[in-house]
Design a protein around this ligand. Structure first.
Ligand code: IPM
Ligand code: MG
Length: 368
């Protein structure tokens, strides 16, 4: 059988630095676990704009549609702040999500015990935390029409549209229920049904899908503002949270801080199964391009490495190898390895991006 294929789009800022560590891990799996991947690389975001005048070249888009999984680093940076909206680095990422139809965005927030003191919340609130946010990723206010800035009378008006179809809600709800069955069997759906019609429909459709096919899963509903409050008050009450594109964006950043650092959070964006049975998939860290620390060897590669662990689990049916990689990360953290973002208020001396990669590779070797 042909090797599975990966397209690496390291992107901007710290993207290439953290992805360099992931590439070493991919090589390790080829050498030590007899799992060779065929890897190609290309540009996305600001670097693609610099070369092609667009944040995602059509050829790159076509390649992304063909591979088994896309691994993305980060996009954006201050150099691109003043670009027209249509060619901003973020548009490259949004185009990938939309055209690959990656409707289900899995954002796990797990607090490793060694980091429980690094969260801005008290240890007892976050220790042992393991929740999964399922964010709808291809619709809602990110893509709804009409949109734009126009003039009415003598002033400008900015417009975006929150729009969800039944089928868009139903398919992301299904993916959340399926995940919950493999976890603690609970789903909490979040919207603003008290003020938004799209929220009313969201709640109705989630309830219908549940009654029809997932009555064995415990379902609750929460207004998203209360959800934000509950996430910092008592995050361990949740198992799977399912929510729309914009609320999911906000809630997942809040959830990230529960784990100690935004540098720890991976994500998987999944679509429909391809001809080979694997889902369309893109894996990326939740953190951004971090221009303030770019090129200094300070970036934490763990979120990007854990995103590859998600690829092993969700694209390559290699759950036990994903467990191995996650255990290696947990081990190095327990041993005290800390990039700068993981130093608590008492300080200490951080290791570099590459040294964190070295430590994780050593832990992988030790796992054999
Ligand atoms: C995310 C990011 C993106 C989003 C940006 C970079 C377009 O914040 O993946 O959470 O808003 O979806
Ligand atoms: Mg975000």
């Amino acid at each position: 059988m042909a090797n599975p294929t990966l397209l690496i789009l390291a992107g901007d800022g710290i993207g290439p630095e953290v992805m360099a560590e992931v590439k070493r891990i991919i090589t390790w799996y080829g050498d030590k676990r007899d799992m060779p991947f065929d890897v190609t690389e290309d540009l996305v975001g600001g670097c693609a704009y610099d070369k092609h005048g667009t944040p995602l070249h059509d050829d790159t888009m076509a390649k992304a549609q063909e591979v088994d999984a896309v691994l993305l680093g980060a996009v954006g940076g201050p150099a691109y702040d003043d670009l027209d909206f249509s060619v901003k680095p973020e548009r490259g990422l949004l185009r990938l999500r939309k055209e690959m139809d990656l409707f289900s965005n899995l954002r796990p927030a797990q607090c490793f015990d060694a980091l429980a003191d690094f969260s801005s919340l008290k240890r007892e609130i976050v220790a042992g935390l393991d929740i999964m946010i399922v964010r709808e990723l291809t619709s809602g206010v990110y893509f709804g029409e009409p949109r734009g800035i126009h003039t009415e009378g003598n002033e400008r008006v900015g417009v975006n549209t929150q729009r969800y179809t039944e089928s868009e809600i139903a398919r992301v709800a299904r993916s959340a229920f399926e995940l919950a069955r493999r976890r603690n069997n609970r789903v909490c759906s979040m919207e603003k049904a008290n003020v938004m019609e799209s929220g009313v429909l969201w709640r109705q459709v989630v309830t219908e899908v549940h009654a029809k096919d997932y009555a064995d899963v415990e379902l609750s509903h929460m207004y998203a503002d209360n959800g934000a409050m509950q996430l910092v008050r008592n995050p361990k009450q949740f198992d799977v949270i399912v929510t729309d594109n914009l609320f999911g964006d906000l809630l997942s950043d809040a959830a990230a801080m529960l784990t100690g650092s935004l540098g720890m959070l991976p994500s998987a964006s999944l679509g429909l199964p391809m001809a080979n049975g694997r889902p369309k998939a893109l894996y990326e860290p939740v953190h951004g391009s971090a221009p303030d620390i770019t090129g200094q060897g300070k970036a934490n590669p763990i979120a990007c490495i854990l995103s590859f662990a998600m690829a092993l689990r969700y694209s390559f049916d290699a759950g036990s190898e994903a467990d191995r990689l996650e255990a290696a990360v947990e081990k190095v953290l327990a041993d005290g390895a800390r990039t700068a973002d993981l130093l608590g208020p008492e300080g200490g001396s951080p290791i570099s991006t590459t040294q964190m990669g070295d430590a994780i590779l050593a832990a992988l070797d030790a796992s054999l």
